[in-house]
Design a protein around this ligand. Structure first.
Ligand code: HEC
Length: 180
């Protein structure tokens, strides 16, 4: 049988189109991904707010090269008590998104739950003073105002009370199951 290059090409094109439809076009119609979660709404910072400026400083200083903002539904993440697993709608207003791909430092998706303002400020100026042995660089060259904005942004990275309560309940249930 004679092979027709055009037929092979057609099949390849059709397969490719299936791929595009499944990964690019269908998700556009998925309400769950495209509408913000209540926690995603918290990241819809008004323009000119301290949090919005802090987010810019986060990007300018490359924090996302060492930190992710993405809790995966994998034991590697859920065993670390990082907080609720991320959902598509959490990122509705996170543009450009700061998911990151490298965890030289810990995940920061919900880091706003962990510390207070003073801790963050001290840590950014001198990471080793709060975290002995830390390899995070010092950001002591930022102005006071920039530090304030950055800290406001970090403190804003938290889920809603309801989502947190839900998460804690799930964890308790899991722990009590593990105890049995
Ligand atoms: C070279 C990699 C690197 C860069 C760049 C970096 N960090 Fe870190 N970060 C780390 C490491 C490592 C740790 C863990 C040790 C520590 O707490 O200092 C950390 C810890 C943190 C923590 C505490 C997290 C926790 O759960 O305890 C915060 C908050 C943080 N970094 C914020 C930032 C911000 C904001 C920036 C950008 C201004 C930044 N980091 C840039 C490596 C980095």
């Amino acid at each position: 049988m004679e092979r027709k290059p055009s037929a092979v090409l057609m099949v390849a094109l059709i397969l490719w189109m299936f791929g595009v439809a499944g990964t690019v076009i269908l998700p556009l119609f998925d309400q769950e991904i495209n509408s913000a979660t209540a926690s995603g709404e918290l990241r819809n910072y008004p323009e000119d707010s301290a949090e919005a400026k802090g987010r810019e400083i986060y990007i300018q200083n490359g924090c996302q090269t060492c930190h992710t903002q993405f809790v995966r539904a994998l034991p590697a993440d859920t065993n670390q008590n990082l907080g609720p697993v991320s959902q598509g709608g959490d990122y509705k207003y996170d543009l450009p998104h700061l998911l990151g791909s490298n965890r030289t430092g810990p995940d920061l998706m919900w880091v706003g739950l962990k510390y207070n303002e003073d801790w963050h400020r001290q840590h950014l100026i001198d990471p080793q003073s709060t975290s002995p042995g830390s390899i995070m660089p010092s950001f002591d060259y930022l102005t006071n105002k920039e530090l304030d904005d950055l800290v406001a942004y970090l403190m804003s990275l938290k889920p809603t009370e309801e989502r947190l309560a839900e998460y804690k309940k799930e964890r308790e249930e899991q722990n009590s199951m593990n105890d049995k």
